[in-house]
Design a protein. Structure first.
Length: 391
C-alpha cells in the first residue's frame, strides 16, 4: 500500500495560514522610525519586520537609508529578507522617472537594439569563470523522516513539535556558500549538477536547472510576439526602458529542475482495538513507512520584464517568473538578474553581477503527508565577482 489517502490533504487545507501585513516602503520607513523612537530592542524590531510584506521594491538605495533605524543583527537580517522578497516588484512611484512613454516607433527601435545586442553580443560572450557567493534564506527547515514505525508517520518533524512552529513560520538566514561558476556564451553552468548533498532529506531544496539567458528570453519572447512597453525605471542612476513579455508553452525552453521531494512507501497492517471509555482506541500491528527522494522536472511557460539601456540596447536587468500548474509541487520560481560592465582581461564585458531567486514549494511533495506546514519558501541572493577568461 503506497501513500496515505487524499483525506490527509484536507487536513493541510484547513490549517489556518499566517498572513503578513502588506505595507509600502514609506510605511516601512515610518515603522522603523517609530520603533527607534520607542527604543525597541533588536529582537523586538526583528519581530515586527517578520510580520510585514512589502508591496513595492525595497531598492538598495532605500535600504541603505534604513541603516540608522536597525539596532542589531536580527533586524538587519530581516531587512535583507525584505529586500530579497521584494526584488521583482515595482519601486515606489516617487522613485520612478516621470518621463513620458516613447512613441511606438521609438519603442520598437529600443527593442530591436536589445534583440540585436542579445544575439550579437551577449550570446557571443567568451567562456568565463567567476566566484558566486550565495546567501540562502528559508522557512520550514525540517525534513521528512527517512523511516518511521507504527506510531509515527514520515512527516515533517516540526509539525509534531509545537515549540518549533513559530520558528519555522518565518523566513530566516540559513547559510551562505561561495562556489566557482562557469559561463558559456553568457549561460551559467549549474555548479550543483554533480553535488552529492542529500537535498530534500536535509530540509533544503536545490535548483539544478540552468537559468535562462538574455538571448534565450528575447528570442523566445520575440517568437511568441508578446513583448510590450511597460514603463521607465532608473537603473544605476540612468533611465532604462522596461518591456514586459510572456512566453507560452509552445515557444518555451524553460526547464526547471528541483531536488528533492519525499516519496513515501507504507507497508504492514495497523489495527485498532475496540474503543475503551478509559483509554480510547489502542493501535497495534506492524505498520512502517519509508521515505525516498525524487526530483521535480518540467518545461514551463513564463513571463517577466526586460530592462534596456535605450541608448545602447544593453539589457541591464531581467526578471522571469515561471508559470506552473496548480498541481505541481513547485509553485513559484521568480528570478531577477542584474547586469553591469566588468573588466575581464583587456576587455569590458557586461555580465551578471547579482541575482535573486524566490521559490515556493510543497515540501512534502505529492506524498499526501499531512501537517500544519504546507509550504516552504526559499530565497537565494547571489553576488558574482572575480571574473576571468575561461578556457
Amino acid at each position: 500500500m503506497k501513500r496515505l489517502g487524499c483525506f490527509l490533504v484536507v487536513l493541510m487545507a484547513v490549517t489556518p495560514a499566517w498572513a503578513a501585513r502588506k505595507v509600502t516602503v514609506a510605511q516601512l520607513e515610518d515603522l522603523l522610525h517609530s520603533l527607534k523612537q520607542a527604543n525597541k530592542t533588536d529582537a523586538d524590531v526583528a519581530f515586527e519586520l517578520k510580520q510585514i510584506e512589502l508591496t513595492e521594491e525595497l531598492t538598495r538605495n532605500r535600504m541603505n537609508g534604513l541603516v540608522g533605524f536597525v539596532s542589531g543583527p536580527l533586524s538587519t537580517e530581516q531587512i535583507y529578507i525584505l529586500e530579497a522578497r521584494s526584488a521583482i516588484l515595482i519601486p515606489p512611484v516617487d522613485d520612478l522617472p516621470s518621463t513620458p512613454a516613447p512613441d511606438a516607433a521609438t519603442q520598437k527601435a529600443i527593442l530591436d537594439k536589445a534583440i540585436g545586442y542579445a544575439e550579437k553580443t551577449y550570446a557571443q560572450l567568451p567562456p568565463l569563470t567567476a566566484t558566486k557567493t550565495t546567501v540562502r534564506f528559508q522557512d520550514n527547515l525540517k525534513a521528512a523522516a527517512s523511516s518511521s514505525g507504527m506510531h509515527s508517520g514520515a512527516t515533517e518533524s516540526s509539525q509534531t513539535d509545537p515549540n518549533l512552529v513559530t520558528a519555522n513560520l518565518f523566513v530566516r538566514y540559513i547559510n551562505s556558500a561561495e562556489t566557482p561558476v562557469t559561463l558559456l556564451n553568457g549561460a551559467e553552468q549549474n555548479p550543483l549538477a554533480r553535488d552529492k548533498t542529500q537535498w530534500g532529506a536535509n530540509g533544503q531544496i536545490a535548483l539544478l536547472g540552468q537559468a535562462l539567458t538574455v538571448s534565450t528570453v528575447l528570442h523566445e519572447a520575440a517568437a511568441a510576439g508578446k513583448i510590450t512597453w511597460l514603463r521607465w525605471e532608473d537603473i544605476n542612476g540612468k533611465p532604462a526602458a522596461v518591456f514586459q513579455f510572456s512566453v507560452d508553452k509552445k515557444n518555451t525552453r524553460y526547464a526547471v529542475n528541483y531536488c528533492c521531494f519525499p516519496d513515501v512507501d507504507q507497508a504492514g497492517v495497523l489495527r485498532y482495538s475496540p474503543l475503551s471509555p478509559a483509554s480510547g482506541p489502542t493501535a497495534h500491528g506492524n505498520f512502517q513507512t519509508a521515505t525516498s527522494w525524487k526530483g521535480f522536472k518540467a518545461t514551463v511557460p513564463y513571463h517577466g520584464e526586460i530592462f534596456v539601456d535605450s541608448d545602447t540596447g544593453i539589457v541591464v536587468r531581467m526578471i522571469t517568473q515561471a508559470d506552473f500548474k496548480s498541481s505541481d509541487v513547485v509553485h513559484q520560481e521568480d528570478q531577477r538578474f542584474d547586469y553591469a560592465p566588468v573588466t575581464v582581461g583587456a576587455s569590458e564585458l557586461v555580465v551578471p553581477v547579482r541575482s535573486v531567486v524566490l521559490t515556493e514549494v510543497v515540501p512534502n511533495g505529492d506524498s499526501g503527508l499531512a501537517g500544519p506546514v504546507s509550504m516552504r519558501h526559499t530565497f537565494f541572493t547571489s553576488e558574482y565577482k572575480n571574473y576571468q577568461l575561461g578556457n
